[in-house]
Design a protein around this ligand. Sequence first.
Ligand code: EPZ
Length: 443
Amino acid sequence: MDMYVIQGGQPLRGTVTISGSKNACLPLMCAALLAKTPTVLENVPDLRDIRSMKSVLEHMNVRAEFANGRMTIDPAGFDTPWVPYELMSQMRASMYAFGPMIARLDRASVSKPGGCNIGSRPIDLHLKGFRALGVHMNERGGYIHAVHDGLMGAEMSLAGPFGPSVGATCNILMAATLAEGRTVIHDAAREPEIVELGEFLIAMGARISGLGSSTLVIDGVKTLNGVNWTVMPDRIEAATFATAALLTHGDIVMKNVTAAHMGATLSELLRWGAEITLLDEERTIRVRRCPSRDPEPLDLTTGPYPQLATDVQALFVTLLGLTPGTSRVEEGIYQDRFMHVEELNRLGANIRQKGNRAIIRGVERYDGAPVMASDLRAGAALTLAALAAHGESQVRRIYHVERGYEHFERKLAALGANIRREKQRDAVPAFDVGEGGEESREA
Ligand code: EPZ
């Protein structure tokens, strides 16, 4: 297992190109199976999750070739209506295969996804939607088995206890394109990745209206055709580099972004005290600390789009950990997504977690320490914290980070970070009983 070894304290400066969005690309790869002809995706990020989804497609006898950011998906052989536990347990987004299997092969079996590091992630809304379309389902041996004798358009709500579900909206949207008649999804998710999927399906020949709103109307068609498509930029990766600029007192220009997808993130960063410049028709963003004002603490709540994304919560907590004053962050999507808090405290942060809230008292500095990534975004946030910290840190279990950040350490190093990758080894403590010297910290 590898880890990042980071000497913190370098301001990150320069230009970085943001990669294609993982969370947009995963459903597009599955949506390609709705056609009988090949699809070519461009700007595909080279990530563990993308390769896991490629394995899911290959398991279903779909030919997928991936090189230099281009993936060609030929669904001619698509004939296997099930996803095994081994693949499902690697990545919950394998659930996106369900919709295309149901629509094209009339049946589907998937291993039931278990819990994960960011808390409970049920799939009841996916199943509710498929039932509404006329799919019969039962659960046996840890698998969900589904079959139908004609997908029928239907009206449904996909509202859950924490708002609409991105995954369920994608899955039902895909299946409904080939259902008979009209499907209306109320309380649909509105994330830019859903709009991207809808536009991709329209390019394939689907009839969809209401994209970007919470009501989607889909009129089923008989067949769809493969298309050439360029995957949208990753708004969460862009938020990560923006936060990196602010945490390290740097100045970063991000290319290949869509500022319009980052409304809540950018406006909270502005409130905090960032200077944000939009260039090149809002496809380039420059971020640094505002030279004429001090950063301010924030009260934030994450929620469904267009609210602040849960995927940037750990980044904000890390930034606010170094912001004078008291900030409060409430997690509105995943009640337990706070595994980074204790790790940040190991770096010297002063954060108290109570239920789905974190109360953050800003400290003057973080000090290097070994820390452990518990999930993708926590791992990214800890890497940034280490870059801002004094001294050396080791960020362990970086395989989580590599699920979603393309060439992360290479991009950070190009911006001036002192980061290298090594095999994980024991962390040897620097022996310091702290005799009241400047460098010691109260326990
Ligand atoms: C997507 O997950 C993203 N994953 C997540 O990104 C992201 O955090 C999440 O949306 C929210 O924005 C991908 O796009 C691959 P949901 P998804 O269904 O679709 C509840 C990352 O770091 N819910 O919108 O699984 C659920 O428990 C990842 O890149 C139900 O109750 O999320 C949660 O509270 C992590 N029943 C809320 O809805 C269901 O059937 C939103 O989940 C489904 C979800």
